[in-house]
Design a binder for this molecule. Structure first.
Ligand code: HEM
Length: 417
């Protein structure tokens, strides 16, 4: 059987992170990259380098003056740079000052009770069956509902938002008939993007007319360079929020629950001692690094691991490879280690663009694990020994297409509401 490591060509110093086998089992790919081609070229894309060693990755993330986020070639259906992700310092910090306070720990903490209610409500929907698809019935609706509530967006339209997000992030999976047709996939992204812009224009006009307590109403009150933000600036934040807010927690839950469904020893340990859950959340983020890479463009000549990079070159910063680097995480870098004393993972990035949703994401993940382990501690993949399940992961942001599990049925708790 082929391994994801086969997608690193040491002789040509090139790599293909987009093969489906890499998303399904990236650790051997990451190891081959770090060991054999620490600064590789993206296969078929001259001028795009792939960084994989922890120190190089951290260096790139922390030096935006060399590795810029203003990557104009990144086409995810947007009309203008996304704020704040595609804005470099010094302007970048002006936006973070407006956005960050509304996703700070003190804003997130009071939401914990409602978040716990929601997880239990979703578990109530399948607990009596003894079987479910954890992807479709928990990982997707749970973070989407939390996020829409935060933004004051109508829950009834959740499928529309999820459709836009999927058309932008992974159009080839939503429309397999378009696979390989780059022009058609780009058109799909732009169609979804245009609908999102329309939607947010309406939302912003609405909030200007009658502000509420949601994050968009609060952004309206924020200023950049002493001025209120324009509709365009608010749209460029909203676009990124949908992508960041709807996809990443789903991917982390998918990767983590799939891992746990195959690791009875770790499951038993967590069911017996839920106090280990926060440590496991960090280990899952590190080991599975659901957002496998971020993109930068070189602004000043630079050399890493003996490879020269020139202004205009693109750089794929492989967060997942850094997060499994033994040079930082020791001999247990490729496995879950509950006794790890330091866990400086980069699953949320590092440097100025470090994820501003990380507090919310961590609360969502911890509460989901607590309730899953309380109510279905023996969940396991719904497979038979003769027919093991092959989970299908999407590349780039590692979501599974489906996560069928079985468990001892339990009672509905009727969490009120
Ligand atoms: C486990 C879940 C999450 C993961 C793994 C994750 C990962 C990341 C990473 C790696 C970056 C850095 C991008 C870069 O350096 O180019 C980032 C940035 C960002 N994330 Fe998250 N994220 C998560 C959840 C969220 C949530 C829930 C939100 C929104 C509520 C969010 C909003 C953002 C935004 C707006 C940025 C851009 C920050 C900037 O450029 O300054 N993320 N995220």
């Amino acid at each position: 059987m082929s391994s994801s490591a086969d997608h690193v060509d040491a002789a040509a110093r090139s790599a293909n992170p987009f093969d489906p086998s890499v998303a399904a089992d990236p650790v051997p790919f990451y190891r081959a990259l770090r060991d054999d081609a620490p600064v590789a070229l993206l296969m078929g894309m001259p001028g795009t380098h792939v960084l994989s060693r922890y120190d190089d990755v951290r260096f790139a993330l922390q030096h935006p003056e060399i590795f810029s986020s203003e990557v104009r070639s990144l086409d995810i259906g947007q009309e203008r740079p996304l704020i704040p992700m595609q804005v470099d310092p010094p302007d970048h910090v002006k936006y973070r000052r407006v956005i960050d306070p509304h996703l700070a720990p003190r804003e997130v903490a009071p939401r914990a009770e409602g978040i716990r209610w929601l997880v239990n409500h979703l578990i109530d929907g399948f607990i009596e069956r003894g079987r479910c698809d954890l992807h479709a019935e928990l990982s997707v609706p749970y973070p989407a509902t939390v996020f829409l509530d935060l933004c004051g967006m109508p829950q009834a339209d959740v499928d529309t938002y999820l459709g836009w997000k999927d058309d932008i992030v992974r159009p080839q999976l939503r429309h397999p008939e378009l696979a390989g047709d780059r022009a058609a996939l780009t058109a799909t992204r732009h169609r979804a993007g245009a609908e999102m812009y329309d939607f947010f224009s309406g939302l912003i006009a609405d909030r200007r007319a009658s502000p509420g307590d949601d994050v968009f109403s609060r952004f309206l009150a924020g200023t950049v360079d002493g001025e209120a933000m324009t509709d365009e600036q608010l749209l460029d934040i909203g676009y990124l929020f949908i992508l960041g807010g709807l996809d990443t927690v789903t991917s982390t839950l998918d990767c983590s629950l799939a891992h746990l469904a195959r690791d009875p020893e770790l499951r038993a340990r967590l069911a017996a001692d839920p106090s280990a859950i926060p440590v496991v959340v960090e280990e899952m983020l590190r080991l599975h690094t659901p957002l496998m890479q971020v993109l930068r463009v070189v602004k000043e000549p630079v050399e890493l691991a003996g490879v020269a990079m020139a202004p205009g070159d693109h750089v794929m910063v492989m967060l997942g490879a850094a997060d499994t680097d033994p040079a930082e995480f020791g001999a247990t870098a490729g496995e879950v280690d509950l006794d790890r004393t330091s866990n400086r993972h980069v699953a949320f990035g590092a440097g100025p663009h470090r994820c501003l949703g990380s507090h919310l994401a961590r609360v969502e993940l911890r509460i989901a694990f607590e309730e899953v382990f309380r109510r279905l501690p023996d969940f396991e993949l719904d497979e038979s020994p003769d027919e093991p399940l092959e989970l299908v992961y999407s590349p780039g942001i590692r979501e599974v297409a489906a996560l069928p599990v079985r468990f001892t049925p339990g009672p509905v708790e009727g969490t009120g509401g």
